[in-house]
Design a protein around this ligand. Structure first.
Ligand code: COA
Ligand code: AMP
Length: 633
């Protein structure tokens, strides 16, 4: 069957389609049906099944005789180490860690925050939680103590598992002091913290609160897998919204397993035993779904890569990893390829390696620009597949389903909706627009299995953020269009979220930090185009009248503040002081127009603008810092 037949099957009889997909999962009690819609527009999948994620990701492969197969390869150019863990070893390690957590009282439904760099122990911690039915929440290492504290207070973990440090090129990231700092800020305190001591930095342990990763496992019994309901939360993953308060996306266990397992064969064209590499970070959704869960549930080998596409040591690192570990499918963000292309424009390093194992490159996380796609196609000689998804959906909304049939690639489009996603392009009033016309991208409810059922402790916010604007639909927050063949084109966000090096960030959160500076009377943050990272945040600051501080001093302070409060990942380095911000007559800051001026694009004078002269002032100020720039894209 081809894509169109399979898509139609899922649309006409979703229950039969997803129940068939669910057969590939080991259930402790099989679900009686797929979709549970009695609380529509809140939907759930496989709610009455009983299942364990860790069993499906680890134990069942050992039981099936694949214990010697490599489950995880840790390749770490930043520590000059590589090692492999078989499925049998992984089972022992995860059962032991889960046993130690259980001995300290962690049980089904408890939350556990994981704050770790790209080490296999991060995956083991996730799987150990899954083994017990505990709900993990992984926090990306590039976030500062304050962001960690916000997450601690929101999900109130019983335990936090952290590493002593992470390694960024040229510097050690001191995870433990960041954790201690977060716990000083947080109202909620965990009962205990487990610290994985790395040899690059041994952290001080707080007596009575902190236990050491190996020491606390000593002498405990390994834990068995605890079956949980299909609608039991597997994890909470925080993502940026319009405000400084991140949204806690929940993933239910049953749908997560079914959808990810389905995607491995049908979208990524993988077979068990093959090597899948998602070059991302466990702190992001790509890391949850395609570094940890999907490859393991499907019985593949996954790579935990602790390095960067460039500089560790050079732009040939990705090719070396593909060669050394016989990677079949690489999945990364376009920004990684832009970084490689910048350092090695001719792709000279590609020919130093044997890339014969590589069959496909998948890109996601941000818009894949045609130059990058064409460069990758040319240098690697494999299909380059753009696919579009979000933290909320957990797997692709649109893609080119290589395992079903390879549809023609149209550069600039992540191809077609995956089964279960009924994607529509709507105007402001919620009416469908014509093919080729830009509109808000919305998905008719219900979303398929594996997508978010709601937000952690914030059902009202879930409804308001995603369901209210277009009743009966899930609002993606992206704008784009569809062509006559049903291919989607994702063009921009409709909210204040920006995408910096494939990382989703909230300009609203940055504005909250800047506004707290005592000399800042008013501010706005926008995302300006950047040749490497896609977008960069840029802050506009209006100072208090008669401010005693100079503009340069306030800017330096603000850059430091955002790094301290949000983290280095915000990459907030551009700011300028202006007298006034352009606004509508009702006081709304015209951020979209500011973006156009900074990017050197034509714009229409907003009809509701209060004082058009301010736009000239903004243009002059931008010129002063070299904007608009000629980008390399
Ligand atoms: N822990 C601590 N700090 C981190 C971090 C982590 N896990 N990840 C990034 N940072 C820091 C970086 O060191 C950098 O700090 P600096 O300002 O002191 O230099 C800052 O956060 C910004 O990081 P990043 O945006 O990653 O920029 P970079 O210049 O270090 O690297 C790329 C640029 C393009 C090479 C890099 O972003 C990359 O490899 N991207 C791949 C895309 C990706 O993984 N996307 C995830 C979703 S698929
Ligand atoms: P995140 O939740 O961090 O995965 O970010 C999701 C957002 O990244 C989406 O809503 C899009 O704005 C953007 N995005 C992800 N993949 C793509 C893609 N293939 N093309 C365009 N934008 C994308």
């Amino acid at each position: 069957m081809g894509y169109r037949e399979i898509y139609a099957q899922a649309a006409t009889d979703p229950d039969a389609f997803w129940m068939a997909a669910a057969d590939a999962i080991d259930w402790d009690r099989a679900p009686t049906k797929a979709l549970f819609d009695q609380n529509a527009p809140l939907y759930q999948w496989f709610s009455d099944g009983m299942v364990n994620t860790c069993w499906n990701a680890v134990d069942r492969h050992v039981e099936a005789g694949h214990g010697d197969r490599i489950a995880i390869i840790h390749d770490s150019p930043v520590t000059h180490t590589k090692h492999e863990i078989t499925y049998a070893e992984l089972q022992t390690r995860v059962a032991s860690l889960a046993g130690a957590l259980a001995a300290k009282g962690v049980t089904k439904g408890d939350r556990v925050i994981i704050y770790m760099p790209m080490v296999p122990e991060a995956l083991e911690a996730m799987l150990a939680c899954a083994r017990l039915g505990a709900i993990h929440s992984v926090v990306f290492g590039g976030f500062a103590a304050n962001e960690l504290a916000v997450r601690i207070d929101d999900c109130t973990p019983k335990c936090i598992i952290a590493a002593s440090c992470g390694i960024e090129p040229g510097r050690v990231v001191h995870y433990k002091p960041l954790l201690d700092g977060a716990l000083e800020l947080a109202r909620h305190q965990p009962e205990f913290c487990v610290i994985f001591q790395r040899e690059q930095e041994v952290a001080h342990l707080e007596e009575g609160r902190d236990v050491e990763w190996h020491g606390f496992q000593y002498g405990v019994d390994p834990a068995p897998c605890v079956p949980v309901e299909g609608n039991h939360p597997a994890y909470i993953l925080y993502t940026s919204g319009t405000t400084g308060q991140p949204k806690g996306v929940i993933r239910h266990t049953g749908g997560h397993l079914v959808a990810l397992n389905w995607s491995m064969r049908n979208l990524y064209d993988m077979n068990p035993g093959e090597v899948f590499w998602a070059a991302s970070d466990v702190g992001w959704v790509v890391g949850h779904s395609y570094i940890c869960y999907a490859p393991l549930v499907f019985g593949c080998t996954t790579i935990v890569f602790e390095g960067k596409p460039v500089g560790t040591p050079d732009a040939g690192t990705f090719w070396r990893v593909i060669q050394d570990h016989k990677v079949k499918c690489l999945f990364t963000a376009p920004t990684a390829f832009r970084a490689i292309k910048r350092d090695d424009p001719q792709g000279a390093l590609v020919s130093d390696y044997d890339l014969s194992s590589l069959e496909t490159l998948f890109l996601a996380g941000e818009r894949a620009d045609p130059d990058t796609i064409e460069w990758a196609q040319d240098k690697l000689g494999v299909p380059v597949i753009d696919h579009w998804w979000q933290t909320e959906t957990g797997w692709a909304i649109a893609g080119n389903p290589l395992g079903i049939e390879k549809l023609p690639v149209k550069i600039g489009s992540p191809a077609v909706p995956m089964p279960g996603y009924d994607v529509h392009i709507l105007d402001e009033g919620g009416h469908p627009v014509r093919d080729g016309e830009l509109g808000a991208i919305a998905v008719k409810l219900p979303l398929p299995p594996g997508t978010l059922p709601t937000l952690w402790n914030a059902e009202a916010r879930y409804r308001k953020s995603y369901l209210e604007h277009f009743p009966g639909y899930y609002e993606t927050g992206d704008a784009g269009y569809k062509d006559a063949d049903g291919y989607l084109y994702i063009m921009a966000r409709t909210d204040d979220v920006i995408n910096v090096a494939g990382h989703r960030l909230s300009t609203g959160a940055m504005e909250e930090v800047l506004a707290a500076h005592p000399e800042v009377a008013e501010c706005a943050v926008i995302g300006v185009s950047d040749g490497l990272k896609g977008q960069l945040p840029m802050g506009f600051l209006c100072l208090n009248s008669g401010s005693a501080m100079g503009a340069e001093e306030v800017i330096a302070d603000c850059v430091k503040l955002v790094r301290q409060k949000i983290g280095p990942v915000a990459a907030f380095k551009l700011a300028l002081v202006v007298d006034r911000l352009p606004k509508t007559r009702s006081g709304k800051i015209l951020r979209g127009t500011m973006v156009k001026i900074a990017d050197g694009e034509d714009f229409k004078m907003p009809a509701t603008i209060d004082d058009p002269a301010i736009l000239d002032e903004i243009a002059v100020a931008l010129k002063g810092i070299g904007y608009p720039k000629k980008t390399s894209r």
